[in-house]
Ligand binder design. Structure first.
Ligand SMILES: N[C@@H](CCC(=O)N[C@@H](CS)C(=O)NCC(=O)O)C(=O)O
Length: 199
């Protein structure tokens, strides 16, 4: 059985949890408290030398880290990853976009506000992240105005990857009310079979 080392309120960890549920794959969840530095112990660093969650233990003592790589591994050969080479590359395109333009602004703002209770302490950093986060949301809005999902008009791990932190963007100080295509897409994701909430 797979083991997932994670935090139930982390969007990166939620990607893995949501996908495993939607694939109906059994797994064991092991809670890691990042605020207690549990991902930084020498024991944990043998699982992920980068000291971060999520980590998937896919076989006894064998580990995979990076949420989007884990989703790629789990979804290979399923309906959540297109077979077509170009469409598969488009899934990767959106997952790289998520990691470079979305997560570093939206997820990290949420971390500073929600986990560290640092809206005041980190207000300058947050102010820098805000326009970059909105720029990523604008890119999503433009795409979703023309398409129901990110790739091939079908739900895939590209949607899971972008959903994870978009649906809680308000906790990072981002107001989604000025968008229309994003909220409609969030509802489409929520209505997918075997959807589960974060937490
Ligand atoms: N690019 C990584 C990011 C992982 C990440 O930043 N994880 C956070 C929780 S969401 C973490 O483990 N932070 C604890 C730390 O860095 O010590 C992924 O997508 O898995």
């Amino acid at each position: 059985m797979y083991k997932v080392y994670g935090d139930v309120y982390s969007g990166n960890c939620y990607k893995v949890k949501l996908l495993l549920h939607q694939l109906a794959k059994p797994y064991q969840w092991i809670d890691i408290d990042i605020l207690k530095q549990e991902s930084r112990t020498s024991e944990f660093l043998t699982k992920n030398p980068n000291g971060k969650i999520p980590v998937l233990e896919y076989a006894e003592g064998r580990y995979l880290f990076e949420s989007n790589a884990i989703m790629y591994f789990l979804s290979n050969g399923t309906n959540f990853l297109p077979i077509d080479t170009l469409e598969c590359a488009q899934v990767l395109q959106w997952l790289f976009f998520e990691q470079y333009s979305h997560e570093p602004n939206i997820a990290t703002s949420r971390y500073l506000i929600r986990y560290l209770n640092g809206a005041e302490k980190y207000k300058e950093v947050l102010a820098e992240k805000r326009p970059r986060g909105y720029a990523a949301l604008d890119v999503m809005e433009r795409h979703l105005t023309k398409h129901p999902f990110f790739v091939g008009d079908k739900y895939s791990i590209a949607d899971i990857g972008l959903y994870a932190y978009t649906h809680v963007a308000d906790e990072g100080g981002f107001d989604l009310s000025k968008y229309s295509a994003i909220p409609a897409w969030l509802e489409r994701v929520k209505s997918q079979p075997n959807y589960i909430e974060m937490g």
